[in-house]
Write a protein that binds this ligand. Structure first.
Ligand code: PGA
Ligand code: ZN
Length: 414
């Protein structure tokens, strides 16, 4: 109450008291139902709609109880609403503790992590709104002034476009003088890859996957070559350094001790050698999930080989879970962690993962999910948390919502 009254008292009224909460079912970009939560404080309002993954990690929190969105809404009404009403939104940890205790499971399988994350982030947004602060400033303080580097998904397959490449994402990482320059450069790289694909496959219809990346039934290495060429063209035409990167999402094609590519399989040792070769041949900026989600040792081997020149990022490996990041830090498994708030369920837990990663020399990349809403909050989180990167696609309405918010934040900061 002390901190609440210091910051939030206005004429004797605590303006950040939670007076009402509303949950509704909305659609994500795949057309699946998800949840959106509104938090009303005495004079503030916050809303967050939760995204969902397709290549979800086995160790992630559970998005919806028993996979049922309607059950998530019911449990919000009967269990969350009565306990969160009347709390002070400025005490984020208290709200998040109530969510954890109410859920009572390790993986949010009673409430659903999407209910938890929507409530948690809507609370933070309501508090920041009540205090008339942008979210990145409210959460990040006065020194949160650095823009994250956008990673743009250009081409892919995996669980986001079955029938496309085996590797899930081929990305560009433009390193422009401003984030806005990089956003535009990644979008242009996306267009260049589309043109190159149409030229290569003139008689084939070319589609786009869940995150707006191009997809076609081509070999992984051709895909990487097209993306690397687009990056070089960006460098030549715009003068902006631009590097290719991968999210292999390797757990998706790992079965019985082997990685299954279209034309062959690779043992874990061969996979490490293959990724090492790709890192050097294509000067990869980053490789996410190069090995399956429990292979901390294989990740460590790869990081020891290429970690001085490439980011090795754990997504399904770490699932934004501080306990798993700790295991990875102790084993030397990665030099980067992907951060997805709904993988863990609350803002406090997300912050703990980021803080631990940064405190142990890992870079962080705040990430969207493949099934997204138009919510732009992750742009604010990436700035508030001082993440080095943000992965939120290159084009597509729900992706552009975040990229355009980054542009607006950058304008405020300059
Ligand atoms: P997901 O994929 O949102 O489908 O889990 C994104 C990623 O693997 O980074
Ligand atoms: Zn991933």
């Amino acid at each position: 109450m002390v901190r609440g009254s210091l910051f939030a008292a206005l004429g004797g009224v605590v303006i950040t008291l939670i007076e009402d909460l509303v949950i509704r079912k909305v659609l994500d970009s795949r057309g699946n139902s998800t949840v959106e939560v509104d938090v009303h404080t005495t004079n503030g309002f916050g809303r967050f709609s939760a995204p969902s993954g397709a290549s979800t990690g086995a160790h992630e929190a559970v998005a919806f109880p028993e996979g049922k969105v309607d059950l998530a809404l019911e449990r919000f009404e009967s269990h969350v609403l009565p306990k969160v009403l009347g709390l002070d939104a400025i005490f984020q940890e208290e709200v998040d503790d109530v969510l954890r205790e109410t859920d009572g499971t390790a993986d949010f399988s009673f409430l659903g992590a999407n209910v938890a994350v929507a409530t948690s982030l809507a609370t933070a947004k309501a508090a920041s709104n009540a205090l008339s602060l942008p979210l990145y400033r409210y959460l990040g303080g006065m020194t949160a002034n650095r823009m994250p580097r956008p990673f743009g998904n250009l081409l892919g397959g995996g669980a986001h476009a079955p029938g496309g490449t085996v590797i899930q994402e081929f990305l560009s990482v433009a390193q422009g003088p401003t984030a806005a320059d990089s956003v535009r450069a990644n979008a242009k790289a996306h267009a260049l890859v589309g043109e190159a694909l149409r030229a290569k496959l003139p008689k084939t219809a070319i589609g786009r996957g869940d995150e707006g990346a191009w997809t076609a039934a081509i070999e992984d290495e051709l895909a990487l070559r097209l993306v690397a060429d687009a990056c070089s063209q960006i460098q030549d035409e715009l003068g902006i350094p631009c590097s290719p990167a991968l999210d292999m999402a390797a757990s998706e094609f790992y079965r019985k001790g082997e990685y299954h590519y279209r034309d062959r399989t690779r043992s874990p040792e061969e996979q490490v050698a293959y990724v090492t070769e790709l890192v050097d041949k294509y000067h990869l900026y980053a490789v996410e999930d190069p090995l399956e989600q429990d292979d901390f040792g294989g990740f460590a081997e790869l990081t020891s080989l290429v970690g001085d020149r490439c980011l090795i990022i754990g997504d399904d490996l770490f699932v934004t879970n501080v306990d798993r990041i700790r295991v990875g830090v102790e084993a030397g498994s990665a030099n980067g962690a992907l951060i997805k708030p709904n993988q863990i369920g609350t803002l406090t837990d997300t912050w703990m993962a980021v803080d631990y990663a940064h405190g142990h020399g890992l870079q962080t990349v705040l990430s969207h999910r493949s099934g997204e809403t138009t919510d732009a909050t992750i742009a604010h989180l990436a700035v508030a948390f001082r993440c080095e990167g943000i992965k939120t696609g290159a084009v597509g309405g729900e992706r552009i919502a975040k990229l355009n918010e980054l542009i607006r934040i950058e304008e405020e900061l300059t």
